[in-house]
Design a protein. Sequence first.
Length: 94
Amino acid sequence: MVNKDSMSAAAFTIDARGPAVRLTASGDWRAPGLAVIDDDLRAAEDDAIGREIIIDIAGVERLDTAGAMALQRMLRACEKRTDSSAIIGASDAH
């Protein structure tokens, strides 16, 4: 059983140095915690338009439908989606 108090808040980092944007998500990506990062995530979407993207969710501790939709929205924001654009690092718990 996971102790709710030990979970990290939803967070992400962006690395846009290569040909593809890399978003690395971590923490608790469930609806109650997403409002805190939503503005920053939308700004990152604007910066990623027209680029390939890799979204790494290996560090995500909890994920619900709202969190999955936020990540999917980021993936869809990138107009240049190819086989290289993907969400990676999912586990059975996700």
